[in-house]
Write a protein that binds this ligand. Structure first.
Ligand SMILES: NC(=O)c1ccc[n+]([C@@H]2O[C@H](COP(=O)([O-])OP(=O)(O)OC[C@H]3O[C@@H](n4cnc5c(N)ncnc54)[C@H](OP(=O)(O)O)[C@@H]3O)[C@@H](O)[C@H]2O)c1
Length: 212
């Protein structure tokens, strides 16, 4: 088996199963207690990965906020961006940490980022993970969005999966996280009440086996 980092997925959804509003509008779902949990989770990671649409719609910094958790070294920020469409003024390009972009587009330039141009087969999740492992990354937090999370599930490359369900309903037309092709039962490992929501740990191995 090819070596890969340990992969942890973390995502927040509304009570009615959405992770964003219509047209990908960012919605605040987490509570302060959940933010402390997320930043503590980030603090234990070598890298954090998101998809290009998440950068475009949410403009996250993807750093450990020191007011929530302490860290000596910030995780590497990784974006998968096949067509290199993220804007040059995105906050992950602010130079305050290392940022790597995986793309298939040649010749693009972005300040403060290492651009790794790869062909389609090298952009498969398994291959990106193997390359990250070879560059010393042993654990990776995947923070969305939907397309990227589904790719990890379908590739069978998830070790832990945390889902915060927040005290909010999002309008129809929002982005729904789960659309399995068939009914899947018994996928919760653990459930914990939190401020303004619940944290669910899903069984990724069962989810992977049952997805398709
Ligand atoms: N609630 C939460 O916890 C949370 C967290 C994060 C994001 N979100 C929401 O999720 C939404 C975005 O989700 P999304 O499903 O639209 O998009 P996404 O997963 O953030 O990003 C998809 C993009 O990544 C590129 N991509 C995917 N896999 C790739 C690969 N293996 N190699 C290279 N590029 C790859 C795709 O490129 P191509 O299109 O060129 O194929 C596509 O542009 C945002 O609106 C955000 O608000 C919510």
């Amino acid at each position: 088996m090819v070596n890969r980092p340990k992969v942890v997925i973390n995502v927040a959804q509304s009570l009615n199963g959405m992770i964003a509003g219509t047209s990908g509008r960012r919605v605040n779902i987490s509570s302060d207690e959940d933010l402390i949990r997320v930043h503590s989770l980030r603090a234990g990671m070598d890298a954090i990965l998101v998809g290009a649409n998440t950068v475009i719609n949410d403009d996250p910094k993807l750093l450990v906020d020191q007011s929530f958790a302490e860290v000596d070294k910030q995780p590497v920020r990784i974006v998968v961006d096949r067509r290199l469409k993220i804007p040059g003024n995105a906050r992950i390009l602010d130079g305050s940490g290392k940022t790597i972009i995986y793309t298939s587009r040649n010749g693009g330039k972005l300040e403060n980022a290492e651009i790794r141009v790869r062909n389609e087969s090298q952009l498969k999740i398994e291959n990106i993970l193997s390359e990250l492992y070879d560059s010393g990354i042993r654990n990776l937090l995947v923070e969305g969005g939907k397309e990227v999370i589904v790719e990890f599930i379908e590739a069978g490359c998830v070790d832990e999966f945390y889902l915060f369900i927040g005290n909010v309903l999002i309008e129809e037309g929002g982005l729904r996280l789960f659309n399995p092709e068939k009914e899947i039962k018994n996928i919760m490992r653990d459930v914990r009440p939190m401020e303004r929501g619940v944290l669910i740990s899903l069984d990724p191995h069962y989810l992977l086996r049952s997805w398709k």
